[in-house]
Design a protein around this ligand. Sequence first.
Ligand SMILES: [Zn+2]
Length: 258
Amino acid sequence: MESDEWAKQGAKLRYDRQTDTYYLHVSVTQEREDSSEEAESRTVLGVDRNVDGYLAVTSTGAFIGNADLLNHKRREYERRRARLQQQGTRSAHLTIQSIGDTFANWPEGFLHQASKRLVEQAVSQDCSVIVFEDLEQIRERISNASKFQQWAFRELKRQTAYKARAEGIAVESVHPAYTSQRCSHADCGFTHEDNRDGNEFACQKCGKELHADYNAARNIAHRYVQNRLKSGSGRATNHLALKSGTVNGNGDYSPSTV
Ligand SMILES: [Zn+2]
């Protein structure tokens, strides 16, 4: 945003001997709301993480990783370990160690694939920031989640941040309150617990229907942009990456050029 007011800083008269012409140089400054750093345009990818269904859903509509498969593998491992512990033999203990080592590698690989796809999504959509919900604040919402699931959430973010850094993409967090209840459609924003029913989101006000996790991911990106606007930085230079375009903090929509 540039203002129309120019402040005169001073003037200098210069004479060009060859063309026998006088030039008047006037220096002016112009107020800018954005410093050069803040004026950098940022496109934000919101990511919703889940303990069941899809592990991660982005504001661009990418559905990544089967959290049910991750949970199933973990339960299978725990059952097998419990059976072996009951046997109590030395060979059973050795087997426990061996399947423990093998199992430890599986979720790492699974989360490696998921975080890789998240960063690929951010790169393909020209995003400079990936935004998650703050896990510490989320704890209440995922109090049913096991220690393992909570570890998987943290690990997904850690691996994503690691891979994103190599692409020059930042990873940030926002407060998770109401991101699953708020309507992300256009500038509706109607927030009510009845809007969500399992995987389905249906706004009780404007009637918009979306996959609940996709809706939440859009709200996560939206919150990050709103926070930046409130803090006065990056006015109108933050965009939410959506399925087929971007929306800036003022709600102006630009369709994707791809
Ligand atoms: Zn709505």
